[in-house]
Write a protein that binds this ligand. Structure first.
Ligand SMILES: [Zn+2]
Length: 248
């Protein structure tokens, strides 16, 4: 519990994200993901049903090299970012990068297919709106981001420390702007599953090695090794599609 409380400190006092992470405790205790909302995450994205939107624009992002902190919160592994680590601009609104964490297997599905893993970069705007940028991974070549922290993940798993300061680290490989992404409004996938979260799921699937997935799972509590919430009904929501190649 202490670890979870310590984790809260890097965030501005009342973000929903902080609340969701703290309530991850509920996940550990109950493995119970039920929520009453009608706009929940994750979802199964059916490509043929996604609505191509002319309103969606290329994402604008800038991530800086910073000393992040790697933290084991028992149901996932989190990299916490300090202030001014970078931002994402979506729909003309600026969201500051706060943290990133992994799920395995993936939370989102494409055409019913579940992937090996999913990375979530969590951004928060000044007025508290949350935007999650998600990357899906299939098994294959190692992922260079996890390559930078693989040894640190082993330390988290085999030593008592719950937090490890990282050397200047940034998701440089994520600089490449997605040519294709899906967007919809959903929720945190951990209790209390608060809604009105913007999800942007990148269309290009990246690769991750089996050893890396094992390294991500190793520090987690035994009942949280598979830390993906089952997919939730869309309940009439539309998934929007931005596809640079199709709009040319
Ligand atoms: Zn997540």
């Amino acid at each position: 519990m202490l670890r979870l409380l310590e984790l809260a400190s890097p965030f501005s006092s009342h973000t929903l994200e902080q609340q969701a992470l703290r309530n991850g405790e509920a996940l550990i205790q109950t493995s119970h993901y039920d929520a009453t909302g009608k706009s929940q995450s994750p979802v199964n994205i059916v490509e043929g049903e996604a609505v191509t939107s002319k309103n969606l624009k290329s994402l604008l992002r800038a991530y800086h090299p910073v000393n992040g902190t790697l933290t084991d919160v028992r149901f996932t592994v989190v990299v916490q970012y300090p202030e001014d680590s970078g931002f994402l601009i979506a729909d003309g609104k600026k969201y500051a990068l706060k943290q990133m964490h992994w799920h395995s297997p993936s939370e989102h599905r494409i055409n019913g297919k579940r992937f090996a893993a999913e990375l979530h970069l969590v951004h928060v705007s000044e007025d508290g709106r949350v935007a999650v940028l998600g990357y899906l991974f299939k098994y294959g070549h190692p992922d260079p981001i996890i390559g930078q922290i693989h040894n640190r993940l082993n330390e988290l798993a085999y030593e008592e420390s719950a937090q490890i300061k990282l050397v200047p680290f940034h998701p440089a490989v994520l600089k490449e702007n997605p040519r294709k992404y899906y967007k919809y409004i959903g929720s945190f996938s951990a209790p209390p599953c608060t809604e009105n979260v913007i999800y942007i799921i990148v269309g290009k699937v990246r690769s991750i090695s089996r050893e890396q997935v094992q390294a991500l799972k190793a520090p987690l509590d035994i009942q949280c090794k598979n830390n993906a919430r089952p997919f939730q009904p869309l309940n009439g929501r539309h998934v929007e599609l931005y596809d640079e190649d199709r709009s040319l």
